[in-house]
Design a protein around this ligand. Structure first.
Ligand SMILES: [Zn+2]
Length: 404
């Protein structure tokens, strides 16, 4: 005989006394008890399982497997004549609020707009329903939320009824049923008729309130809507209020001006980034100029520079700036970054040396990759040789190609 389901007889039952039917282990070696009767709700119908204790031993999971309700125990149960089960009521009541709230919200979307709910998920912090529609407007969400909260305010009864398949024809069900026997209807008179095996409070008032948080488009014709009910509405308010309070002190602006203060901050950051970028360009120009002046003093037609941990984009900019300033020079810049070596080689337009060819010749020395065109090339690889050695190799190639 199946375990007597006390949670259907009285969803408000928080503790109960029962006899043990058996103790066993599942295929994963998890210890479980099967009882004569139970108020522990097993995972099902979108509602997570209850937790609690049996004779003081924690019950951490409850599942219905092949008609038997398994209470997974943290430790073995001693043999007794009677066992006392205690439900974690805070967790169960929260599930009841979310679950009944989902019925009400889904019915509100269905009754007002004909939007069907195709699935429900009761998460740890928030709940979701998937609505089979291409998109949802702010006004529609607002209206559905308003109607749902009106139903709560009216404190309508939430009734449950076991019916046969034949009796079903008397009811306008919101959703097709997934079972054909042991049919349990959950009814909010003149509002919602729905097949459901979960636990619900006896009236809508106990749901307390429903708040839609946000929604997003899923795959085609599907909108996932996030919401909370009951105590979770207060928790959300509490967390959001704390967040706003901390933001007001960070932004030094009251709640009403927070949006403007944030926009100002974002704009300031953008302006600063632009300024920094302009200053960096000026600095690089200055640096390029110094290299050129030094080469002039030394009567050198080749500029060589070895750097450490410079962004490669800066070296590119430097080389370009130098060859634009002086069209008769060669530039080789080498950069050491941890265990990597990078280089840039460039020439002024008056010279006739193929920089891409030079790059290709030195790249195997550092197991590198790279390339470019006649006037400008770059590459990067492993630091198998030092920066100075790479510079020498580059120079050799240039001398060699120059002779040709
Ligand atoms: Zn339900």
């Amino acid at each position: 005989m199946a375990t007597e389901k006390l949670y259907y007889q009285d969803p408000n039952l928080r503790s109960f006394t029962t006899q043990l039917r058996k103790i066993d282990q599942d295929e994963k070696g998890r210890l479980y008890a099967v009882l004569e009767k139970t108020a522990f709700y097993p995972t099902g119908g979108g509602q997570p399982h209850d937790t609690g204790t049996m004779n003081g031993i924690p019950v951490y999971d409850v599942e219905e497997v092949e008609g038997e309700i398994r209470h997974y125990l943290q430790e073995p149960l001693g043999l007794q004549d009677e066992y006392v089960g205690v439900i974690d009521w805070e967790r169960r009541f929260d599930h009841m609020q979310q679950h009944a709230g989902q019925h009400i919200l889904s019915a509100a979307f269905e009754n007002q707009f004909g939007y069907p709910t195709v699935s429900f998920h009761l998460g740890k912090d928030t709940c979701t329903i998937d609505l089979h529609i291409p998109s949802l407007s702010d006004e529609e969400a607002e209206q559905a939320e308003k109607l749902a909260n009106q139903m709560i305010l009216e404190n309508r009864p939430i009734e449950t009824k076991w019916v046969t398949k034949e009796e079903l024809t008397q009811y306008m069900l919101r959703k097709d049923l997934s079972v054909s026997e042991n049919i349990r209807l959950v009814i909010i008179p003149d509002f919602d008729y729905n097949g459901c095996g979960g636990t619900h409070p006896e009236s809508t008032g106990k749901v307390s309130s429903i708040k839609i948080l946000h929604w997003e488009k899923q795959k085609k014709n599907m909108v996932r809507l996030y919401f909370v009910c009951g105590n979770r509405v207060l928790q959300q308010l509490h967390h959001k209020h704390q967040m706003i309070q901390s933001m007001t002190s960070i932004l030094n602006a009251p709640q009403e001006q927070m949006k403007e203060a944030t926009q100002r901050l974002v704009q300031q950051t953008k302006d600063l980034e632009k300024t920094v970028s302009e200053l960096k360009t000026q600095l690089l120009e200055y640096e390029a100029q110094r290299f050129i002046e030094k080469a002039k003093q030394d009567n050198e037609s080749t500029i060589k520079g070895i750097f450490f941990n410079r962004p490669i984009t800066e070296l590119q900019q430097l080389a370009k700036s130098m060859t634009l300033n002086r069209t008769d020079i060669l530039v080789y810049l080498v950069n050491e970054v941890e265990n990597k070596l990078q280089f840039v080689c460039a020439r002024g337009q008056d010279l006739n040396v193929n920089m891409n060819q030079i790059a290709k010749c030195v790249l195997p020395l550092i197991n590198g990759k790279g390339g470019g065109n006649d006037a400008f090339a770059q590459g990067g690889g492993v630091r198998t040789i030092s920066g100075e050695e790479l510079m020498e190799e580059l120079n050799k190639q240039v001398t060699c190609f120059n002779k040709i």
